[in-house]
Design a binder for this molecule. Sequence first.
Ligand code: ADP
Ligand code: MG
Length: 322
Amino acid sequence: MEFDLIELIRQRTAQPRDDVRLGIGDDAALLAVPAGQELAVAIDTLVEGVHFPRGTAAADIGWKALAVNLSDLAAMGASPAWALLALTMPSGDAGFVEGFVEGFSQLAQPHRLALVGGDTTRGPLSISVAVHGFVPPGKALGRSEARVGDAVLVTGTLGDAAAGLQALQHPTPGEQGDIKLRDYLIGRLNRPTPRLAAGIALRDQAHACVDISDGLLADLGHICVASGVGAEIEAALLPRSSALLGLHDDTTALRFALSGGDDYELCFTVPASRVAQVQADLSRLGCGVTRIGRIVEGEGVRVRGHEGDWLKTRQSGWEHFA
Ligand code: ADP
Ligand code: MG
């Protein structure tokens, strides 16, 4: 049974690449890192009931398990090549595996990512994906090089995934229009878009970059700690989708945008003189980008409210407004 499942996974994820000398089927994969490239490697685990709600569609789990990892490569400015998949599930459920690899492949294929191996075991539903990507030496985007005076920007919109999770957890009968907005937000939760092209475009532009998995305050906070700087954010500038604003009042939408996790947008810093160029470059890639604040001396992330007052926030979450 386990071997049938592995064969199913192998067939449904087939992706020919010259740099895969040996893929699924032996004791280990054999891979050739292209000359003159550094290898960027990341791994993330999704556990049912912790990282996605019980009842999430198998295809959505497959997409997201890969997406959260590709987002880490995007945040480094790396281009993806290979993945490993450790799949733990309660039973040898071929239907689940079919759905899972369908969602996984929908994201893997356009990026020419090859699944080169993994592990299949029995236990509570849990998925680990490891990804490998390439980046030219010295070009990777870290967290530690943000400088005082840099502008802080984010891709896409913030808070959608947190609002999507709330929509799943508190299903209320809504108007037809509301249902569309809720579906949009739930889609942002289940099928995040890793900003790979944006990350590559930022290689020669950004001083520091992080992907937003735990919420803007927490993740921008990581850049601040690593770089030994502070950041000032303008609440009024935070990009929020019409779906988020259509379903929530401004206070709730702001809370989601600042502290909600799972958006997988990029937050990065660039010298103020490069903002226009970066906005043009990312727009050309079809990736929205918004300047939300700046890097300052000191430490921590401060958020200025609509009246120019500083909001009472906590780096790892959210307390309340002043
Ligand atoms: P071994 O016992 O030598 O570790 P396995 O029986 O676990 O080998 O796996 C056989 C082959 O199938 C290996 O090449 C392994 O990488 C691959 N494989 C196993 N599970 C998965 C999976 N969930 N996804 C992709 N490849 C897998
Ligand atoms: Mg072996």
